[in-house]
Design a protein around this ligand. Sequence first.
Ligand code: HEC
Length: 141
Amino acid sequence: MTVRSKMYAICVIVFAQCFASCLPERSAKFSTQYSADSHIARGMEYYSEYCIRCHGDGAGDHIHPALTITPKLGSPTALARVILHGQAGLHSPQSLMPAMPEIPDEEISALIVYLGATFGGYNYEYLDVLEIVGDVRTESR
Ligand code: HEC
C-alpha cells in the first residue's frame, strides 16, 4: 500500500464516522421543523373553527377587512387584542368583530403564529406568544 492510498483510506473512514455522528443532529433538526409546522397546522384548524365564517380566505370584502394587509399582523399583541377584546367601526361604521374571550390562550397563540406566517410572512415561533396572550387577557382596557 502506498502512502497516498493509506491516506485515502484514512480519509474515507474519518468521513464515514463524521457522517454517522451528524445523523442524530440532522433528525433532531427535522423534528423541530415538524413541530413548528404542526403549530401552524393547529392554528389553521382554529382559523376554520372560529374565523373563516367571517374572514374567508382573508382577502377581505366590504364588511370584513383583508387580513393579508392589516398592519396588526406585525404585532402579536395587537392580534391578541382584536381576538380577545373584539373590534368595531374601524373598517366601516357598521362593522363589528365580536370579542372571543372563550377561546383558550393556547389556541389563540396557535392562531397568532398561523396568521403571522400565512398572511404576513412573519415567524412568531421564537416569541413567547402564550405569555403575550396571557398579558393581553389580564390587561385593563
Ligand atoms: C362575526 C364575524 C367575525 C368573526 C367570527 C371574526 N372576525 Fe375578525 N373582524 C370582523 C370584522 C367585521 C372586523 C372589522 C372590525 C372593524 O371595522 O373595526 C374584523 C377585524 C379583524 C382584524 C383587524 C383588522 C384591522 O385591520 O383592523 C383581525 C386581525 C381579525 N378580525 C382577525 C380575526 C380572527 C383571527 C378571528 C378568529 C379568531 C376573527 N377575526 C373572527 C369580523 C369577524
